[in-house]
Design a protein around this ligand. Structure first.
Ligand code: CP
Ligand code: NVA
Length: 318
């Protein structure tokens, strides 16, 4: 029987929001990863972990989703609870009811809210007015659940964070922001290789550099993908056009053309590099089929890990 019952005493995060990993210490992140690994092992052994019996998660979606929606819903069910899919267009929120009123009402019906939305201000407003924990299922600024799954995957593939070189090639977007913070907190060196004008948010870059310094790692930005990828242990990419940016698609295809993760670029990495992508992927744009479907790719293991890290988050904050 895998021990999933007792929460790690050092975590102590009951009732907290999960909006960005910047709010979480390296010790707590490590604790969540440990819990996720235990839950994963138990799940693979066919054991149940009814840690959230009778608990309900409300899931508000303002953008499309496959992984986030299904892994949160399945995760709640596996923990003995229930999840409600709430499309914002079907809620009164879609007809102008305020975020504050929505937060106050939902706080009386459910035990936590997961939301996928556009501006990060909106999730902060929701969290401010809610009396229950709020989980970020992606904003324009951050994707912390994804970053936690990314860390678990790196840990599984490489066995350690120490001295690892992670290179993110592409847009300095929500996924890049959360990855930078996650890497910096765990002492993983990270380089963001992006075209001019697509750098990460300067404030988040500065914050990540501070975290990296505290944890003996480095955060860099590069405009030379070949140089950035040199000696990489892991290469990560994401779509060039995120949800909400569809009007810029043509321009972005042009601007990112030299930033494709392909067979030529990965030659510069270590032989045993791991390829990561949060998915959904566009083969032939940010990555070639040869790389994402090749033997170095761990993208489906990474997607699977969303389930386990989110179960860890849910069972610790609820
Ligand atoms: N990676 C991720 O969040 O996927 P979805 O958009 O399918 O939820
Ligand atoms: N950067 C992407 C991630 C999707 C999971 C987006 O925001 O659309």
């Amino acid at each position: 029987m895998i021990s999933t019952q007792s929460a790690d005493k050092t975590l102590n995060i009951k009732g907290q929001d999960f909006l960005t990993l910047a709010d979480y210490s390296p010790e707590v992140i490590k604790g969540l990863l440990k819990k996720a690994a235990q839950l994963k092992e138990a799940h693979l052994m066919g054991e149940t972990a009814p840690l959230l019996q009778g608990k309900v998660l409300g899931m508000i979606f303002e953008k499309s989703s496959t992984r986030t929606r299904v892994s949160f819903e399945a995760g709640m069910l596996q923990l003995g609870g229930h999840a409600l899919y709430l499309n914002s267009q079907d809620l009164q929120l879609g007809r102008g009811e305020s975020i504050a009123d929505t937060a106050k009402v939902l706080s009386q019906y459910v035990d936590a809210i997961m939301i996928r939305t556009f501006s990060h201000d909106k999730i902060e407003e929701l969290a401010h007015h809610a009396t229950i924990p709020v989980i970020n299922g992606l904003t324009d600024q951050y994707h912390p659940c994804q970053a936690l799954a990314d860390l678990l995957t790196i840990q599984e593939m490489k066995g350690t964070f120490e001295g690892q070189n992670l290179v993110y090639v592409g847009d300095g977007n929500n996924v890049a922001h959360s990855l930078m913070i996650a890497a910096a907190k765990m002492g993983v060196n990270i380089t963001i290789a992006c075209p001019d004008g697509y750098e990460p948010d300067p404030a988040i870059l500065k914050l990540s550099k501070e975290f990296a310094e505290q944890n003996g790692a480095e955060v860099k930005v590069s405009h030379t993908p070949e140089e950035a990828v040199k000696d990489a242990d892991a290469i990560y990419t994401d779509v060039w056009t995120s949800m909400g940016q569809e009007a810029e698609n043509e321009k972005r295809l042009n601007d990112f053309a030299l930033y494709q993760v392909n067979e030529y670029l990965v030659q510069y990495a270590k032989k045993d590099f791991v390829f990561l992508h949060c998915l959904p992927a566009h083969r032939g744009e940010e990555v070639t089929a040869g790389v994402i479907d090749g033997s170095n790719s761990a993208v489906f293991q990474q997607a699977g890990n969303r389930l386990h890290v989110q179960k860890a988050i849910l069972s610790e904050i609820l």
